[in-house]
Design a protein. Structure first.
Length: 118
């Protein structure tokens, strides 16, 4: 008789835990679905402009410490270091870079860097 009560108690505990587990899983799925749908409909926040933003009008290549360095067209704002050594370039390109080589677009910049990188 005692075994019946123990078995009944264990079965009821398993059922209760199963119901709680299913409820938790369903609430997790609902909250996850709401989070995904909310994040996909949110717009990017509008950030105030400080008046310093300008359209990128190109790039400027210079030689520093024997390597080519890329600046934005204002010749002051650093853009990228390269591993291209000035001495590895053809003489005509070396002269262009020593005097400052202007490149108009990002596509042209990466084409140049790809052609002369090792």
């Amino acid at each position: 008789m005692k075994h019946r009560y123990v078995i009944g108690f264990l079965i009821s505990m398993v059922l209760l835990l199963s119901i709680l587990d299913i409820g938790y899983y369903m609430s997790y799925q609902i909250s996850r679905k709401n989070t995904i749908s909310n994040s996909s409909t949110e717009e990017e926040p509008n950030l105030p402009a400080d008046g310093q933003a300008t359209k990128n009008e190109g790039y400027y290549l210079v030689a520093q410490n024997g390597y080519i360095i890329v600046y934005l067209s204002d010749k002051e704002t650093f853009f990228q270091y390269t591993n291209i050594q000035l001495q590895d370039l053809p003489d005509a390109v070396q002269e262009e870079i020593k005097s400052g080589k202007a490149i108009k677009t990002t596509k042209e910049l990466y084409a140049f860097l790809e052609n002369y990188s090792s």
